[in-house]
Design a protein around this ligand. Structure first.
Ligand code: S3P
Length: 173
């Protein structure tokens, strides 16, 4: 089975994905890391030198590649992945795939992203917490319609990582 973790930037896709993979004895893959290896550049560098449209093309291409085959993997995708082209349909219609939306509130996302924005080209330029809150509010509003198509939705606010992993595990296995 392929378990695809989706959600906004800093919703915990990679951290929880790694823990879940360990518990389920699955391989863990992160789509951004995969792109960085293939492109031999960081996501920020790809955005800077080749632009976002190029990044989105590569993202869709490598997503398709990773959805092929019948290996067991936990795959965390980028916050934008489900929202471009037919990526979300591909995820939903792929063989033996379960999609999970990790749903975090705007204040939680802001408090995490304010510390980790430099590696994220879409928000790196934002200076204040107030501006970031406004940006995330609008951005999430546009994106949530894609995220909500996931088969499983897990709210993460106020739960420990351990509890979230347990909850996902019990829904899947
Ligand atoms: C993006 C999220 C990032 C990365 C890129 C664009 C987005 O991944 O793919 O910076 O559009 O939300 P994370 O969600 O892992 O930060």
């Amino acid at each position: 089975m392929k378990i695809i973790l989706i959600g906004y930037m800093a919703s915990g896709k990679s951290t929880l994905g790694k823990k879940l993979a360990k518990k389920a004895n699955y391989d863990f893959l992160d789509l951004d890391d995969f792109i960085e290896k293939k492109e031999n550049a960081s996501v920020s560098e790809v955005f800077k030198t080749k632009g976002e449209i190029y990044f989105r093309k590569q993202e869709a291409f490598y997503l398709k590649e990773l959805l092929k085959g019948d290996n067991n993997i936990i795959l965390s995708v980028g916050g934008g992945t489900p929202c471009y082209g037919d990526n979300m349909d591909l995820i939903l219609n792929a063989n033996n795939v379960k999609s999970i939306y990790l749903k975090a509130s705007i204040p939680t996302l802001v408090s995490k992203l304010i510390k980790k924005k430099s590696k994220r080209p879409l928000i790196a330029h934002i200076e204040s917490e107030e501006e970031l809150t406004e940006f995330i509010g609008k951005h999430l509003f546009e994106r949530v319609q894609f995220y909500n198509n996931a088969e499983i939705k897990i709210t993460t606010d106020g739960k420990t990582k351990k509890d979230i992993v347990k909850e996902i595990f019990s829904l899947l296995f």
